[in-house]
Design a protein around this ligand. Structure first.
Ligand code: ZN
Length: 439
């Protein structure tokens, strides 16, 4: 470890600590990375707390007192774990942490050791310059986000809620990064989506019951047949397009900024907009509908025996407030032979964009990119914002990066050759530092 590492070095050194999260199949855990974080912070004069949830699984939490302690606090959270990487197919070894060609390369470079490095560099800068933020800022470096947070954010919420006393809002992954879109007149507008909502993750195990018997005497109450026909009905179902408030706002601002004629009152009109917003489509489309995907089948034990029951698992993603209706539809489609239970139940979350929190994020982005169009959005998947929301903390996806003057962009999240542009990281630090100090 260098004595005074900058944000790029910190990001590279974090990548070189392999924190692959294999879920129940083990992995290295985050303890070494958490110790690295503690080391950097202690060297800067802070007193962070290392919180071990299970052997080798670790979190680091630290509160920096604000100058105005009557203000509600802000949480900034980043996860220390990463998804595993198969080195085959990578140009650069995924856990080397190489800095080359204007990028920091490696697993975690954009999800989200870049943000963790910016958080650390911000803290070290505050210590060196003797500055304090306006309000209390709690920094949480957490374990286990890439599984379900049970040993990270959720564990802290269950066992150490007092760490977040007085905290009203949080920022974490993912948002605050430029998405360029070409308008019909040929100009390029830069959109910065900031997440104000997340679809819910409900993982179902379903059981179809029926009458067991000999395979040579088929009966109409065969649970395997109930299972496949029920799942077929579910799979063929087209979930209706639903404009939740943040998505409506996102589409309004986007069509305005691009000068698009749009009819947002019909599904066809919205589909037509999707074709004209380039890469922003990926931000909008998954939040337009709830979804279901059958992921596990489990039925029968011998070819000449009709079993008494058959099972499947379904990955259900819900829109904010839509859980009850979606589950009722699933029950209707599956039919009366089915019962269900939850493997996990994390309903969707949503907060508001017409708040000083969101305004402060937008202002911070515009100070660095005056042409920025900052828009709220609903994330398709889930993050640690969900467990923190259980404490009443409004979650925003805001892990800002700057622009690379040569057009490099972050890439390879959960894929090969994950990387983050050095210039984006260096500017992102300025943006994050300024936002956290002044919000
Ligand atoms: Zn992540």
């Amino acid at each position: 470890m260098t004595t005074h590492p900058d944000v790029v070095t910190i990001c590279s050194e974090l990548i070189a600590i392999d924190t692959s999260n294999y879920g129940s199949r083990g992995g290295n855990g985050e303890l070494d990375a958490a110790r690295y974080v503690v080391g950097l912070l202690r060297a800067a004069g802070y007193d962070p707390e290392l919180i071990v949830s299970e052997p080798n699984r670790a979190n680091v939490v630290m509160r920096v007192a604000g100058t105005d302690r009557t203000q509600p606090g802000l949480l900034v959270h980043g996860h220390l774990d990463v998804v595993p990487a198969e080195p085959g197919g990578w140009t650069v070894a995924p856990f080397e942490g190489r800095v080359a060609d204007g990028y920091v390369w490696g697993r975690g470079a954009s999800d989200m050791k870049d943000m963790v490095a910016m958080m650390l560099a911000t803290l070290r800068r505050w210590a060196a310059r003797g500055v304090a933020p306006r309000r209390d800022v709690v920094f949480a470096f957490v374990a286990d986000e890439e599984e379900d947070g049970a040993l990270g954010a959720e564990w802290l919420v269950r066992h150490r809620p007092e760490l977040f006393d007085g905290v009203a809002a949080a920022i974490g992954e993912a948002g605050g990064q430029a998405v360029p879109v070409e308008a019909p007149d040929g100009t390029v507008r830069r959109f910065y989506p900031v997440a104000v909502a997340e679809r819910g993750s409900l993982h179902l195990r379903v059981r179809a019951s029926g009458t067991a018997g000999h395979g040579s005497r088929p009966n109409p109450d065969n649970p395997v047949a109930h299972l496949v026909t029920g799942l077929a009905r579910l799979t063929e179902h087209r979930w209706p397009l639903t404009l939740t408030p943040p998505v409506r706002r996102l589409l309004d601002l986007t069509t305005q900024a691009l000068g698009l004629d749009a009819d947002l009152s019909s599904a066809e009109g919205i589909e037509a907009v999707l074709d004209r917003i380039g890469p922003l489509r990926e931000v909008v489309e998954p939040a337009l509908r709830p979804s279901t995907a059958v992921t596990v089948l489990d039925a029968g034990y011998k070819y000449n025996v009709v079993p008494g029951e058959a099972h499947a698992e379904i990955d259900v993603r819900s829109l904010p407030g839509g859980e009850a209706e979606q589950l009722a539809t699933i029950d209707r489609l599956l039919g009366p032979a089915f019962t269900r239970s939850f493997l996990s139940y994390r309903p969707a979350i949503a907060t508001r964009w017409d708040t000083p929190w969101f305004d402060a994020m937008a202002a911070a982005v515009r100070r660095h990119d005056p042409d920025a169009v900052v828009v709220p959005y609903c994330m398709a998947g889930g993050t640690d914002a969900k467990p923190f929301a259980e404490l009443g903390i409004a979650g925003f996806g805001f892990s800002p990066l700057g622009l690379d003057p040569d057009g490099r962009t972050p890439a390879g999240m959960h894929g090969v050759d994950e990387r983050v542009p050095v210039a984006a990281l260096v500017q992102g630090l300025e943006l994050l530092d300024e936002f956290l100090r002044t919000v």
